[in-house]
Design a protein around this ligand. Structure first.
Ligand SMILES: NC(=O)c1ccc[n+]([C@@H]2O[C@H](COP(=O)([O-])OP(=O)(O)OC[C@H]3O[C@@H](n4cnc5c(N)ncnc54)[C@H](OP(=O)(O)O)[C@@H]3O)[C@@H](O)[C@H]2O)c1
Length: 271
């Protein structure tokens, strides 16, 4: 199966790194970037052929010509024009996968030949460390086999979840933006430590490693956050006192409100 990455920035590089770590044959991967400098750097880094649109205007069309899967990883404002630019060169069966935030299946299918299989994904940034979550919504003409093949492309960088397109804004609000909420919490915890008299660097290290450790506990199959919370919150103890303070401040409702604000913003942006 030949895979073509259009754009090889943060996100597509992370997906590619996951594929290569799983032993995927480099001969079956092609990529493009805009600048020649990037193309040379990425080619050396990953040991694959990388064309640049700066050096060859038709680089994208050339790169997709024998592809089975094309992963569009350019910035959202350029996705539709990039899809249009490869439309005539795409093999009929090639599945076009978009990782762009906010670009709908309708936007994509309108830019591509009729019946071209299209998948819209919502990946999160943790893909860059091989622990991402990727939600996928498939277009009307995508077969089960094509879906399975695209699942495999992401298997090395994250966990794939299939959803309907109308659920993608909710997915974005939880998993797409989720790392941002966790980073904010890490910062707040560190600041609380500093306020208690710890050295700033020590407080940051404590907060960071605590989140990593707790995250690893949550990674255990079947892990239940409520049961884990109960296991350390002894009645009358110090953890319980802190959790009661969070409850009194309406912590859970604050999270619900934040997630709703995220969805409202997605809707304003027309996603
Ligand atoms: N980063 C994330 O955490 C994240 C999370 C979820 C979704 N996404 C989505 O992923 C997509 C890419 O984001 P990113 O952060 O990876 O962006 P990025 O690092 O800026 O990478 C964009 C890549 O596209 C290349 N490019 C630009 N125009 C091109 C063209 N006409 N033809 C071929 N390649 C072209 C750039 O080339 P140069 O290297 O020459 O500049 C670069 O390699 C976006 O649509 C974004 O919504 C990103």
């Amino acid at each position: 199966m030949r895979i073509c990455f259009i754009g090889l920035g943060h996100l597509n590089s992370a997906i590619l790194a996951g594929l290569l770590a799983g032993g995927y044959d480099r001969e079956n991967i092609t990529a493009t970037t805009q600048s020649q400098t990037s193309a040379s750097q990425r080619s050396t880094e990953f040991g694959i052929e990388v064309l640049s649109t700066q050096a060859q205007l038709a680089a994208n069309a050339q790169a997709v010509a024998d592809a089975d899967i094309v992963v569009l990883g350019v910035k959202p404002p350029h996705i539709v024009e990039t899809a249009r630019s490869i439309a005539d060169a795409l093999p009929k069966h090639a599945t076009v996968v978009s990782v762009a935030a906010g670009i709908t299946l309708a936007n994509l299918t309108a830019a591509l030949p009729e019946k071209q299989p299209v998948i819209r994904t919502m990946p999160n940034v943790a893909l860059t460390v091989g622990k991402g979550v990727v939600a996928m919504a498939r277009g009307a003409t995508v077969t089960a086999d094509q879906m399975e093949n695209v699942d495999k492309v992401f298997a090395g960088s994250g966990t794939v979840i299939h959803v309907e397109e109308d659920q993608l804004n909710a997915v974005t609000a939880i998993a797409g933006s989720g790392p941002g909420y966790v980073f904010r919490f890490a910062n707040a915890l560190a600041q609380a430590g500093t306020a208690l008299g710890l050295e700033s660097a020590t407080a940051q290290e404590l907060a960071r490693l605590t989140l990593v450790g707790a995250g690893t506990m949550l990674e255990t199959p079947g892990a239940d956050p409520t049961a884990l919370e109960d296991s350390i919150a002894t009645p009358g103890g110090v953890t319980e006192a802190a959790l009661q303070s969070l409850d009194a401040a309406g912590f859970d409702q604050l999270v619900v409100d934040a997630v709703k604000a995220n969805v409202a913003r997605s809707e304003e942006l027309g996603a």
